[in-house]
Design a protein around this ligand. Structure first.
Ligand code: FAD
Length: 392
């Protein structure tokens, strides 16, 4: 088959479906191609914590803008609600309080509802949280988490309502480039032509671009999540990002607590894997270790039981920020990948950015310049208070 489209988006993760939705809303004829099922990659297994705490004004603003989409999803995109508001606490050591307060000031200047809380005030907000070794925190009352599958489905359905075509179970085997221009994709079922091509292919981006001789600075790290059954003495809790014990704790429906790591070393280290062949199981030591760290904060968790666990993937760049840009030297080819373990919450803003980039091009003062394709070669990585970590 040979089909012609205005724009092809490769990848049905949260960034692909958000981009397809925003393009379709602008009247673009768009086809999204997903090799698996929608959300079959890391997006579908995301912890999908929606917080606004970033140390960079650009990403903080993206998170702030995106929160209003997540919180009003049926009105803005359509479909079912996808967001649960829980409140979000970042807790830091005493020596990190000054940096945290500077971040909070920056975030408040953007309009984000966040405030500094002392260790004592944390216990007032979250009485069961043991604040030992915590110097203070930031509290965001409006933050929470998404149901990742509902969110992906919602954007995909929204895209379809605006005329987008979605092909699931179709693998892009190659990018077609002729005379320095992206002209389409090869798939197992034939070629599909297009005017422009956006790869939102997460951890698979590096392999896909290698085929056209482009080396990306994106590695794939295996990350683990464990769900524990909360005892009845802990009926609910806020989302906590604990910089002291380097874990995040998120309530999950069904009386569960979802626990993952926020340590960059723990998340990358020697865990660089092949996205098509990795161990998606969690070892017993990690299950015990996460349980111990969770119970240090919430003592009630000493009586918890493991409910389930899984490992998935982060696509990580050297500065833990995404690449969202046109690919230099190939007209009509764009990359949106490397979201480095914190990209779910930003997807509404990323979809808008990608759409503006493809339809209007870049201006010198656009936020998207931060995520330039060639910033590592130019020695201009993204810098923030939390140098290179998942909290960005
Ligand atoms: C365990 C875990 C917890 C996380 N927690 C959070 C969190 O709390 N908050 C947050 O903001 N972020 C979080 N993240 C990060 C966030 O989920 C990711 O940044 C985001 O989902 C990336 O989305 P994506 O669309 O860029 O990529 P992906 O989800 O990787 O999607 C890429 C898609 O492209 C498809 N694809 C690849 N190659 C091809 C091809 N050749 N042909 C066709 N299709 C192809 C894949 O099948 C896949 O579906 C977490 C991630 C994980 C794994």
């Amino acid at each position: 088959m040979t089909i012609t489209n205005d724009i092809i988006v490769i990848g049905g993760g949260i960034n692909g479906v958000s981009t397809a939705y925003h393009l379709a809303r602008h009247g673009v004829q768009v086809t999204l191609i997903e090799s698996n099922y929608l959300g079959g990659g890391p997006s579908g297994l995301s912890s999908a914590i929606i917080r606004q705490h970033y140390s960079n004004p650009v990403t903080a603003r993206m998170a702030y803008d995106s929160l209003s989409v997540w919180g009003n999803f049926p009105e803005i995109v359509g479909g079912e609600p996808v967001f649960t508001k829980t409140g979000f606490l970042v807790c830091v050591r005493p020596e990190d309080v000054a940096g945290l307060q500077a971040n909070i000031a920056m975030q408040r200047s953007l309009g984000i509802d966040t405030r500094f809380v002392t260790a004592h005030e944390i216990t007032e907000l979250e009485p069961q949280l043991d604040v030992r070794e915590i110097g203070g925190g930031a509290y965001e009352p409006d933050s929470g988490y998404c149901d990742p599958v509902e969110a992906i489905t919602g954007f995909a359905e929204g895209a379809k309502r605006h005329g987008a075509r979605i092909l699931s179970g179709v693998c892009v085997t190659g990018l077609q480039v002729q005379n320095g221009r992206a002209t389409g994709v090869q798939t197992e079922q034939g070629t599909i032509s297009c005017g422009a091509l956006i790869a939102a292919t997460g951890p698979w981006s590096t392999g896909l671009f290698e085929k056209i001789g482009i080396q990306l600075s994106i590695i794939t790290a295996r990350v683990k999540v464990v769900l524990y059954r909360r005892p009845s003495s802990l009926p609910d809790h806020k989302i906590v990002a604990d910089f002291v014990s380097q874990i995040y704790l998120r309530p999950e429906t069904g009386g569960l607590m979802l626990v993952g790591s926020i340590s960059p070393d723990e998340e990358t280290g020697d865990r660089v894997v092949d996205p098509d062949h990795f161990n998606d199981k969690v070892d017993i030591d990690t299950i015990a270790n996460f349980a111990e760290r969770a119970a240090q904060r919430y003592h009630a968790m000493l009586d918890s039981h493991v409910a389930s666990s899984y490992a998935s993937l982060y696509d990580v760049t050297p500065d833990w920020h995404p690449i969202i840009d046109a690919v230099p030297g190939i007209e009509g080819l764009y990359l949106c990948a490397g979201s480095s373990g914190h990209g779910f919450k930003l997807a509404p803003a990323v979809g808008k950015m990608m759409t503006k980039l493809v339809l209007d091009g870049k201006k010198p003062d656009d936020d998207i310049n931060l995520f330039a394709f060639d910033r590592y070669e130019q020695n201009q990585p993204v810098k923030g208070q939390y140098e290179y970590s998942i909290l960005g």
